[in-house]
Design a protein around this ligand. Structure first.
Ligand SMILES: Cc1ncc(COP(=O)(O)O)c(C=O)c1O
Length: 447
């Protein structure tokens, strides 16, 4: 059931980096040298490079004003609703309350436009012709393609071959928006060829796609890299989720005991929890009780629960600067899986910092448990969640059971980071949803 609220679209992003009790480690080269603005501005747009280096206001100000044109684009779908999941509460017999923030209702079906829009805006303002990126299941590629189209910038997307073949619909969306979608590893870059020639069916990974995008950026002076999950700039832009959530909950006098989100790179989660994390460091806008904050990863990519906190390259071939993060190592090649947005070897420096300093907790969930939860959510709420978001729902159900056993009726809020309508193949494979004729022939064979 949607909560009716009057809150406006946020006018500023919440800059957690300026509020942390110790400096957020910034990017460096493999020889330990700090990355300069000139060096980083060859990779990212100038504004993104400034954000990444915590330059000027980004190192000092709690609030960063959202440019007017970005705010106009946000107003096409923001504020996104908060939904009380009474159906799920009833289905699992939970006496407490479960809320979700619906980022699945954005133009391309996930939280990704929240950062794609400003990234395309910065690129156009700087006079760049093109943004190049990597994508897993395609949510980020669609969001960037659509945003670039709206703001007049070309877009090229290296999509992990696993998803390119298994999930063509998001590729079609990118193409509809005029973006070029390339299966990665591809024969078009040196990094890609090294893997493609050995195995043309290589599944790829986000790290490999990022190496290919970096290589293409280096060859095109009017193009830059756009990252949807690993950068601080993406995390900053995603704080619109949490700022709205804080206003919506406060309007209804709801104080969550626990907030939960799934984590690939970590941007939907850190954006979602941003007001609560800021409150931990003594800053607004949240004035209520501070909830526990729980990040949920896939048990096949256990970066927070089993990885190391150290400097590592963001891409697979070591072409990007290094960032300090929890990682399984850039060589880690995750298994093929439906939650493609969680298949990454590291977590963003901001999420890694918050986890390392005990501000957030982490848990890991299996794919089967995630899809079971997604099915229960669909059955009880009529909302189909992306496989990535199903990991958060699974943890919500686990936590609700713990509260129930302890006799507590706690309030849980989670981020519904994306829609699952283009991920139905994942549900079909998991639950072996055969056609009627197939099912009848199985029945006939039994009798
Ligand atoms: C729907 C959805 N949720 C979550 C993620 C994970 O990314 P992040 O942790 O940066 O939010 C992705 C990434 O592609 C996604 O598509």
């Amino acid at each position: 059931m949607p909560m009716h609220t009057q809150i406006p679209v946020p006018e500023a992003w919440l800059n957690l980096a300026a509020l942390l009790p110790s400096p957020l480690p910034i990017a460096r080269f493999s020889d330990g040298q700090t990355v300069s603005f000139d060096g980083l501005a060859k990779i990212y747009s100038e504004e993104c490079a400034r954000i990444e280096l915590l330059d000027g206001p980004y190192g000092a100000d709690a609030w960063i004003p959202i440019p007017e044109e970005v705010a106009r684009e946000y107003a096409k779908y923001r504020p996104t609703p908060v939904h009380r999941a009474r159906g799920l509460e009833k289905a699992i017999g939970y006496a407490g309350a479960i809320y979700c923030k619906r980022e699945d209702v954005s133009p391309t079906g996930s939280h990704k436009p929240n950062t794609a829009i400003p990234q395309a805006y910065y690129a156009r303002k700087q006079g760049l012709a093109e943004l190049i990126t990597d994508t897993g299941a395609g949510q980020w590629g669609c969001a960037l393609g659509w945003s670039c189209h709206n703001l007049g910038v070309r877009c090229t997307v290296f999509m992990t071959r696993n998803s390119y073949s298994a999930k063509p619909y998001r590729r079609y969306l990118m193409q509809l928006a005029g973006a070029t979608a390339i299966a990665s590893p591809s024969p078009f870059t040196k990094c890609g060829r090294a893997l493609f020639e050995q195995d043309p069916g290589h599944p790829g990974s986000l790290g490999i796609g990022m190496s290919e995008a970096m290589e293409m950026v280096a060859a095109r002076p009017d193009a830059r890299l756009a990252l949807g999950c690993m950068s601080y700039y993406a995390a900053l832009h995603q704080t619109v989720i949490g700022i709205e959530l804080a206003g919506q909950l406060q309007e209804h006098r709801v104080e969550p005991d626990l907030v939960i989100g799934c984590v690939g790179g970590g941007t939907n989660f850190t954006g979602f929890i941003s007001p609560f994390a800021a409150a931990r460091f003594g800053h607004g806008p949240w004035r209520g009780r501070i909830p526990r904050m729980l990040a949920v990863e896939s048990d096949r990519i256990p970066v927070l629960t089993q990885g190391e906190y150290r400097y590592e390259f963001a891409d697979a071939f070591g072409l990007t600067p290094q960032v300090k993060m929890y990682t399984l190592g850039r060589e880690f090649l995750p298994e093929k899986m439906h939650a493609g947005g969680l298949r990454y070897h590291g977590k963003s420096p901001l999420l890694s910092y918050l986890f390392h300093h005990g501000v957030v907790e982490a848990a890991a969930v299996s794919s089967q448990e995630a899809f079971n939860a997604g099915r229960a959510f669909f059955e009880s709420e009529g909302i189909l969640a992306a496989p990535e978001s199903c990991h958060a729902i699974a943890q919500v159900i686990r936590e609700a059971r713990h509260f129930q056993q302890a006799g507590e009726a706690a309030t849980i809020a989670f981020c519904l980071s994306g829609t699952g309508y283009l991920d139905l193949q994942g549900y079909a494979d998991t639950f072996q949803l055969e056609g009627v004729e197939d099912a009848m022939s199985v029945e006939a064979g039994r009798s």
